[in-house]
Write a new protein. Structure first.
Length: 412
């Protein structure tokens, strides 16, 4: 089988395993499908000749591709098994479109991926694309990365002429709900640098992420039967709604910001008359600004308390991840060699920022500099998601070239 057809078959097989992350459970991983896919990958890695391929007790998949150049540094390659809970992720029906000819793409359910909504389509004429039937997401975020790493492993194991040092393969769980590195073992990784293959388009080296916190505001009211509520009832649900209305909307919100601007994002409200809770994402490229964002939330909560006499509230803020650029600036080799690989291949590239986070942000904070690389994802977290297999293949070629540069220029 030709490598690209094997890549297509591999990718389509992986996306059909439902691995939607579940934010409403403390179980890890949060969905059984992640264990099923992880078991499949560990078995495939073992069958192709990877060393110590296994699924650990937490569901993470580990393996090593031995190096063929002496005294070279170990590099970690990472992708995540879970898919976003923001769109249905079970019963995915991948549709392969070879040599896309341009224009809008009509999906099986009657929906469309249009040039107006997805202008990137104009640059993808001639590419092999994979979509869904329009009722589910595809899961290219990040099974495109999973498929690419599996293909890289197979090609290196079966091609001794390709120079590379030791490669540590790691597939994590629950990245989409911020738990991807909950059980990451830095000593077990035993690597000098890492790369997450979890980006959109092609030719991008993501060198910065948001710094991120999550705030939870819990309102306590007083519930009574509504027939005798006058002067007694304190409606925590109404208070929570008022609180949300006080948060910035025309500024400092996802709807009103772009590029390097931060935001506050109230994304969940649960509760009833007696108790209601609002969860808010705090995001900024400047970590210190998160304190100001938390102060904005506290001010809104205080104003709400004054508006509803007798109402009580609690505000908690937890750290999620920090801008990986703070680490990468002090460890430039990972980014510089990625750029050199693009130059060697004669392909355009750019350093980019992510208005979000990756497992690489947390790995970087733990001491493993880990930029994020493009892997051909588009319209992620939606039923209009699709992937360019052509770009996945380009990412594979880039990574093999990059690993060769590590082996030939960065010795122990």
């Amino acid at each position: 089988m030709l490598p690209q057809q094997r890549l297509i078959d591999r990718f389509c097989r992986y996306v059909q395993v439902g691995t939607t992350a579940n934010p409403d459970t403390d179980q890890y991983p949060s969905s059984h499908g992640q264990l099923l896919l992880g078991k499949m990958l560990a078995e495939e890695l073992h069958a192709m000749g990877a060393v110590d391929a296994h699924q650990d007790p937490n569901g993470l998949v580990w393996a090593t591709i031995p190096g063929n150049v002496p005294n070279t540094k170990t590099i970690l390659l990472n992708a995540h098994l879970d898919t976003s809970p923001e769109a249905p992720g079970d019963s995915v029906q991948p549709v392969v479109m070879e040599r896309y000819t341009g224009g809008d793409i009509l999906l099986a359910n009657g929906d469309s991926i249009t040039l107006g909504d997805t202008p990137e389509l104009a640059s993808l004429v001639g590419h092999t694309l994979v979509t869904t039937d329009g009722t589910t997401l595809l899961g290219g975020d990040d099974k495109a990365g999973v498929a690419a790493i599996m293909e890289i492993a197979q090609r290196l194991l079966h091609s001794p002429d390709l120079p590379h040092g030791p490669i540590r393969v790691l597939f994590t769980c629950d990245e989409e709900i911020g738990r991807g590195t909950k059980h990451f073992d830095l000593a077990k990784a035993s690597a000098t640098a890492g790369y997450t293959l979890d980006g959109g388009g092609s030719g991008s080296i993501d060198v910065e992420t948001f710094s991120a916190d999550m705030a939870t505001v819990s309102f306590r009211g007083r519930n009574t039967h509504p027939s005798v509520g006058k002067g007694v009832m304190i409606n925590a649900l109404r208070a929570a709604s008022h609180f949300v209305s006080l948060l910035p909307r025309d500024t400092l919100s996802p709807e009103s910001t772009c590029d390097r601007e931060g935001f506050l994002h109230p994304y969940r409200l649960d509760g009833n008359v007696g108790n209601s809770t609002v969860q808010i994402l705090l995001r900024d490229f400047i970590t210190q600004n998160l304190r100001e964002h938390a102060d904005t939330i506290r001010t809104a909560a205080e104003k709400t308390k004054q508006m509803f006499p007798g109402l009580e509230y609690e505000l908690s803020v937890i750290e999620q991840y920090r801008n990986m650029g703070d680490v990468l600036r002090n460890h430039p080799a990972a980014v510089e060699l990625a750029e050199k690989a693009f130059v060697q291949l004669g392909r355009p590239y750019k350093r980019d920022i992510i208005r979000g986070g990756t497992d690489g942000a947390l790995m970087s904070a733990l001491g493993l500099p880990t930029p994020n690389l493009s892997i051909g994802q588009f319209n992620i977290h939606s039923t209009r998601e699709f992937a360019s297999i052509t770009m996945v293949e380009q990412a594979i070629e880039h990574m093999i070239c990059l690993l060769g540069l590590w082996a030939t220029t960065q010795r122990n």
